[in-house]
Each structure stands twice: as C-alpha cells, then as structure tokens.
Design a protein around this ligand. Structure first.
Ligand code: IPD
Ligand code: CA
Ligand code: CA
Length: 263
C-alpha cells in the first residue's frame, strides 16, 4: 500500500475511534433531537457536532480535500479531480436516539466516484472495520470474508427502508414477503452501514435497500467488496450515487437478484 494511503487510513481510523468515544458517551444524554423531513427522519445534537468535528479535523490535516457529510453537505464546490471524504457521523440515528446501542460512524475517501479507503467504527461493541481498495478488508485488525452459504434456506438476509418510504411501501413489503419462509430469517437492524459490514464479516448473507445516499454506502460497499462480496444495484448498475444496493456473496447473487427483481 502507498505510504500516502496508509497515512490517510491511519488518520481516518484514529478519527473514527475518537468520534466513536463521544458518540458512545452521549447515547443517554442528548441535548436535543429534531425531525428533518417527517416525524420519522431525525437528527440529534450529536450527529451535528460529530460532523462538524470530523470536517474540521479532515480539513486541517488535508486542506486540499473536500468533505461531504449527511447533516451539512459539502465543504467546497465539487472538484472531480480532488479527494472527497464522505461521512455519516452516525449511521443508525433512530437507534441511537432511543438508547439502542447499534450504530456507527462511517468515513470513506473517494476519488472519481470510487471509494478508495473506508473506515466504519461501532463504538458500542468496539468493532473497527476498514478497507483500502485492492488490499482486502479487516475487522479489528483481522481479515474478514463474506459467507460461503449458497442455499437460500440457510441465509440470514437483512434490509432497511428509507424514511421517505411511503412511495416505496408496496415494493418494500413485497420484497419482505418474497423472502419470508424462503430464508432462515429477515432482519432490519437499523444501520445500513453496519449491515454492509456484517455481510463483509459473514454474519449475514445478503443486504439490500433502496434510496440510500452516498454516506450510507461509500464506506460499507468498499469494505464488503474487499471482503469478497458482490455489490450490485437492483436492476441497475451500482455506484455510490445509484438508487439501490444489493450486497451478497457470489453463490447467492443470482438467486437473490431474481427474487428482488420479480417481487
Ligand atoms: C439510516 C440507516 C437505516 C436505513 C436508512 C438510513 P441514518 O441512516 O442506515 O438503517 O434503513 O435508510 O437513512 O439516518 O441513521 O444515518
Ligand atoms: Ca445513514
Ligand atoms: Ca446519519
């Protein structure tokens, strides 16, 4: 790995762990929670504070880079030839706001729309996922790999739905129903980023969701790919800007795509 990438990776890991400590220590003492675009779409003071601190740290260490965060947008006009850090300060805010310890911070470094470095930290169980393009994925320093399960009946699959799901209601329910009784379990854990990392670690066998944003998929998709997952769109090509994501292993991809595209 280039020295330059290693430096960036180590910086991102340190930052994610420092921010994770703050997230964890604030889970039961929020100053405020506000709704964004509906009663279900919320933000807390911790989301905003973490994003501000991440932006400040990144820009003082790497002044030529830009940062895109969920809560405050981009720091600079988009420069396609520059590095873009994509940050979700807390993925799993709904869990977090109710004291449910299942959420993470997600940081990706993207060049020409392709994630190059990814770090995801779950402070509640102290799990740090990391990947650098072409160099594999790790969790707490140990290599991780997707599961090798190939039979649907042995699978645990995972999904989620956007807060603006009203327009997607029928599709979301049809997908859920299509898997019901065909797989061992369907889960909705509430952190799309951790869902992708859990596929990477072989804990679950597939994850899909629609209408996610770049900060929900930039880091998780690289970690999953580097752990051997197939990352695709559903009926479309995947990019960090696409409308759908399916993450699974190579033995399941066609079976799961078939279910999702026919449901
Ligand atoms: C949400 C979570 C959730 C997913 C939603 C996302 P947030 O992100 O990842 O699991 O189903 O679509 O918006 O708002 O907690 O950062
Ligand atoms: Ca998110
Ligand atoms: Ca978030």
């Amino acid at each position: 790995m280039e020295k330059y990438d290693l430096l960036t990776l180590e910086f991102a890991k340190g930052l994610a762990q420092d921010m994770g400590k703050i997230i964890k220590s604030n889970i039961n003492s929020l100053n405020w929670t506000k709704t964004k675009s509906g009663f279900y779409d919320i933000v807390t003071n911790v989301d905003v504070e973490i994003e501000r601190m991440v932006k400040n740290s990144v820009l003082s260490a790497f002044p030529n880079d830009s940062v895109l965060g969920e809560e405050t947008g981009t720091t600079k006009a988009f420069a396609p030839d520059k590095r873009l850090w994509i940050v979700d300060p807390i993925d799993g805010t709904t869990n977090f706001s109710k004291g449910i310890p299942h959420s993470c911070i997600s940081i990706a470094v993207v060049e020409k729309n392709e994630p190059q470095i990814a770090v995801v930290y779950d402070p509640f169980i102290n799990e740090l996922f990391e990947a650098t393009r072409g160099h594999g994925a790790k969790m707490n320093g140990n290599e991780i790999h997707v599961s090798n399960i190939s039979e649907l009946e042995h699978c645990i699959v995972n999904t989620g739905y956007q807060y603006s799901a009203e327009k997607m209601r029928e599709k979301v329910l049809k997908d859920y129903e299509a898997f019901f009784g065909r797989v061992r379990a369907v889960r909705i854990f509430g952190s799309a980023v951790l869902d992708q990392c859990y596929v990477a670690a072989g804990r679950i066998d597939a994850f899909w969701e629609y209408s996610l944003k770049p900060w929900d998929v930039a880091a998780g998709s690289l970690i999953a790919k580097e752990a051997g997952a197939v990352v695709s769109g559903i009926g479309e090509e995947f990019s960090i800007y696409s409308n759908s994501i399916l993450v699974t292993n190579s033995a399941l991809i066609s079976k799961i795509t078939k279910i999702l595209t026919n449901a």
